[in-house]
Design a protein around this ligand. Structure first.
Ligand code: PLP
Length: 394
């Protein structure tokens, strides 16, 4: 930390001054638990349980089949617009449904089809496993080569062969944040398309999809967007690309006239062509309710608090015995701190027993996610203290 001669403010004072403090009250959280795994499964906003009761009892229970035309069928686009606001997408460009894995498949095949005459798919070498697996399958199906490349070597790897590049905005393992503006420009300069995976950045930092001219993006909603376990993912297709976006899962929900029951497939005109089958209504409406906590929240406050929380935690733990820090120290990080310890699994187990919930990624990584909407500065401090104690008493 920089020694300015002024004592750092106490966590309790930081919490007292936190503009996001009232948002925490919207969550159903146990005060005894320090929850630092919101980057894996976000905590439930209080209103979700009541909304689900209404959806099940009133909509499903009383309206029955009529509910499909009273908001259910259009929910993927309506909820998509709410997510769009959080990722810099104007209305009509985000559709919600299916999992991130499935949307990656749609996006990558769509990108390959949109950029013919090229025969290579580039993917980050250390990408989240499902991204790599899906990219490999798309490469096999389309007859492309798959080229894994470390993000720092991207410039040298792009060529006139590159059809599409799949990048993670924030690395799930290290928490490293990539420069979406610079990389999007670099990929475009090579005549390739870019697909951004926003799983670890949607809902924590300002993302400017429209402004950056991103070609396609996907992201999940059960992490920092708190949609609940298995909540449907999202797919971004900008207006300019919609007319030609040709995704491979041509189910009836993406049809221009799904209820005309036509024999042949004709895709919907807008981002709705990103749909495949019947929407997962219960999960989607739980997500819809969960998104209410964002009303009035400024993502710049979320980003500022995320950086402050991670800085506080890092400073308190980086010199502990046996600990290394994997997450970049500068601002090119998301809202997690990843540590290394030879006994990471056991250490995480002891932390969990003491109500500090983080997680472990093999072989030796401890991950701590800081969801600024509900994690307090005092939580970051307590987590650091408990970790120090666990390491001391081992
Ligand atoms: C969490 C995550 C996923 C999850 O994919 P699912 O299909 O929802 O299981 C995919 N990619 C990244 C980068 C993730 O962090």
């Amino acid at each position: 930390m920089i020694d300015s001669g002024v004592a750092a403010p106490a966590p309790a004072d930081l919490d007292a001054d936190d503009p996001l403090a009232p948002v925490r009250e919207l969550f159903d959280l146990d005060d005894d638990v320090v929850y630092l795994d919101g980057n894996s499964l976000g905590a439930p906003p209080r209103a979700v349980a009541e909304r689900m009761r209404h959806v099940v009892r009133e909509q499903w229970g009383r309206r029955l089949i009529r509910a499909w035309s009273e908001g259910w069928w259009d929910a993927p686009l309506r909820v998509g617009d709410r997510i769009g606001r959080l990722v810099g997408a104007a209305p009509g460009q985000v559709v919600v449904g299916d999992s991130t894995s499935v949307n990656l498949f749609k996006a990558l095949v769509g990108a390959v089809r949109a950029n013919p005459g090229r025969d290579e798919i580039v993917v980050e070498a250390s990408t989240f496993p499902t991204d790599g697996y899906i990219a490999r399958s798309v490469a096999e199906l389309t007859g492309h080569a798959l080229r894994p490349v470390p993000p720092d070597e991207l410039a040298g790897a792009l060529s006139e062969r590159t059809a599409v590049v799949l990048l993670n905005h924030v690395d799930y393992r290290t928490g490293r944040l990539l420069d979406a503006a610079a990389l999007t420009e670099q990929v475009h300069a090579a005549g390739a398309l870019v697909v951004w995976d926003l799983c670890h950045s949607a809902g924590v930092l300002p993302v400017e999809l429209d402004a950056l001219g991103v070609d396609l993006a996907v992201g999940c909603t059960y992490k920092f967007l708190n949609g609940g376990p298995g909540a449907p993912a999202f797919l971004y297709v900008p207006h300019a690309a919609q007319a030609t976006f040709s995704q491979p899962l041509t189910g009836w929900a993406g049809h221009r006239e799904p209820f005309a029951m036509e024999e042949g497939y004709a895709p919907a005109g807008g981002v709705g062509r990103g749909r495949a089958g019947t929407p997962d209504v219960l999960s989607m409406l739980a997500l819809d309710a969960a998104l209410d906590v964002w009303d009035g929240v400024d993502l710049r406050d979320v980003r500022a608090k995320g950086l402050a929380l991670t800085a506080l935690f890092r400073a308190a733990v980086e010199d502990l015995p046996g600990i290394g820090v994997l997450t970049p120290a500068d601002e090119w990080r998301g809202h997690q701190i990843s540590l290394r310890h030879a006994d990471a699994r056991a250490v995480v187990g002891e932390l969990v027993e003491r109500n500090v919930i983080g997680d472990h990624r093999p072989p030796d990584v401890l991950r701590f996610g800081f969801a600024p909407l509900y994690v307090r500065y005092a939580d970051a401090q307590r987590a650091a203290e408990v970790l120090a104690d666990v390491l001391r008493t081992r």
